[in-house]
Design a protein around this ligand. Structure first.
Ligand code: MG
Length: 374
C-alpha cells in the first residue's frame, strides 16, 4: 500500500457498518468490503448484463462486469497517484453498477415507468439496495453490511425525496456536502471508462465510423498523433492506439487538475473534504472535449436506430414481465411471493432488476409462449 494523504479515507476511522462486526485480522475494512462484493451473486450477474450491446449480440463487447473491472482499474491508478485509499475506490467501482436492470438504460427506464406510482426505480439507488438488503448470504444480517464510506460512494446521486428515506447515507444530499475523494474519483473513472470503451465497441460493431469520430476533437487529435507516428497502421491497432491515448489524456488531466485543486484547498482530513466544493475534476478545456465526446456518443451510438430497436424490444420485455407478475404474483418464485405479500410492486421490481439479459428473455418466453416449457 502506498502512503495515504491526510485527506484520504482511512478504514480505521470508518463511520462503520450498520451491524458491528469483529475486525478481520488480515484485511482492512475496505478490503473486506471489496471481497464481499466480489463474492456476491449480484456481482456474478454483471457478466450477463448489457452495457450498450445486449449480451447475445457478440462475445467481444463490454458487459457490465468488464465495464466494472475497467472502472476499478482506472480508479485504483488515480487513487494511487493522488494518495487516496485504493481499496475503498476499488470497492466502490466494483459495486457501482450492481443495481442495473437487464438491458441497460432501456431496461431501467421501462422499469421506472412501471414503478411510477410505487416510488419509481433508479439503478443507482438499486445498487445500494442490493448491498444493504437483497443479497442474502450472512446469518446475522441482510445485505453485505458494508462500511459507510463504500455505501456513500455507491450512492452517487439521489433525489431529495429519496435521500430523506435513506438515513445517514442520504444525509449529504440534504446537507449539500461532498463524499470522500475516493467516491468523487470513482465517478470520473466510470465516465472515462464508458466513453472510451463505447467508442471501441461502437467502432467494432460498425454502428459508428472513424470518419464520424474525426469530427470529435479528443478523438481527432489523438488519431492524428497515431497516424503521424505510424502512417500505415492497420485498422484495429489504429483504433486501440487512439483510444489508449484518449484515456491517458483524460486520466492525466484529471490527476493534474485534481492535484492542483487539492493543493489550493489544503484539505486536512476527510471531514474537511466533505465541507469543501468537489475537488476532483477535469480542467475546463478537457471537460469541454469530454462533453463533446459524450454528446457524440449519445446522438450517434446510444440513439442509433439499431440500438433503438433493441431498446424497444427490451422495454417491451420488461414492461410485459412487470404487468404479468404484478397481475398474478402466483407466477413469481416462492421467495418472491412471500415478499410480494408485504410490497407487491417492489418485490416484482427487485425480481426483474436482478435478472440478467438472457434470463429476462427466457422468462418472457416462458410466460408468453404456450409451446415453451416452464
Ligand atoms: Mg458504470
Amino acid at each position: 500500500m502506498h502512503p495515504l494523504a491526510a485527506y484520504a479515507a482511512n478504514p480505521q476511522q470508518s463511520q462503520g457498518r450498520a451491524f458491528d462486526e469483529e475486525p478481520s485480522s488480515t484485511r482492512n475494512a475496505f478490503q473486506r468490503d471489496r471481497d464481499r462484493i466480489i463474492h456476491s451473486t449480484a456481482f456474478r450477474r454483471l457478466e450477463y448484463k448489457t452495457q450498450v450491446f445486449v449480451n447475445h449480440e457478440g462475445d467481444l463487447f463490454r458487459t457490465r462486469l468488464t465495464h466494472s473491472l475497467e472502472v476499478a482499474q482506472l480508479a485504483r491508478g488515480i487513487a494511487r497517484t493522488l494518495y487516496l485509499h485504493e481499496d475503498l475506490t476499488e470497492a466502490i467501482a466494483l459495486a457501482h453498477d450492481l443495481g442495473h436492470t437487464p438491458f441497460g438504460h432501456a431496461g431501467q427506464d421501462a422499469l421506472n415507468a412501471c414503478m411510477r406510482d410505487f416510488g419509481g426505480f433508479e439503478h443507482n439507488l438499486q445498487s445500494l439496495r442490493v448491498v444493504e438488503k437483497l443479497e442474502l448470504r450472512y446469518a446475522e444480517f441482510d445485505g453485505l453490511n458494508l462500511s459507510f464510506e463504500v455505501r456513500e460512494g455507491i450512492l452517487k446521486h439521489c433525489a431529495i425525496k429519496n435521500a430523506k428515506l435513506l438515513g445517514v447515507v442520504g444525509q449529504r444530499f440534504l446537507d449539500k456536502t461532498q463524499p470522500s475523494l475516493e467516491a468523487q474519483l470513482t465517478n470520473y473513472a466510470d465516465e472515462i471508462a464508458y466513453n472510451n470503451h463505447d467508442i471501441d465497441d461502437g467502432l467494432r460493431s460498425g454502428l459508428i465510423s472513424i470518419d464520424q469520430l474525426a469530427k470529435v476533437e479528443l478523438f481527432a487529435r489523438n488519431l492524428a498523433q497515431v497516424k503521424a507516428k505510424y502512417p500505415t497502421l492497420e485498422h484495429r491497432r489504429l483504433i486501440h492506439e487512439t483510444v489508449r491515448r484518449m484515456i491517458n489524456t483524460l486520466v492525466v488531466d484529471l490527476c493534474t487538475h485534481s492535484a492542483n485543486n487539492i493543493a489550493q484547498n489544503q484539505p486536512e482530513s476527510l471531514a474537511h473534504v466533505r465541507q469543501l466544493p468537489e475537488l476532483l475534476g477535469f480542467s475546463a478545456g478537457i471537460a469541454a472535449q469530454n462533453l463533446e465526446l459524450k454528446q457524440f456518443l449519445r446522438k450517434n451510438l446510444y440513439h442509433h436506430y439499431k440500438v433503438n430497436r433493441m431498446s424497444a424490444k427490451a422495454a417491451r420485455i420488461v414492461t410485459e414481465l412487470f404487468a404479468a407478475f404484478y397481475e398474478n404474483t402466483g407466477l413469481l418464485p416462492d421467495e418472491f411471493q412471500l415478499y410480494a405479500e408485504q410490497d407487491k410492486a417492489r418485490a416484482v421490481a427487485d425480481y426483474i432488476a436482478g435478472m440478467t439479459d438472457r434470463f429476462a428473455i427466457r422468462e418472457h418466453r416462458k410466460l408468453f409462449t404456450v409451446e415453451e416449457s416452464l
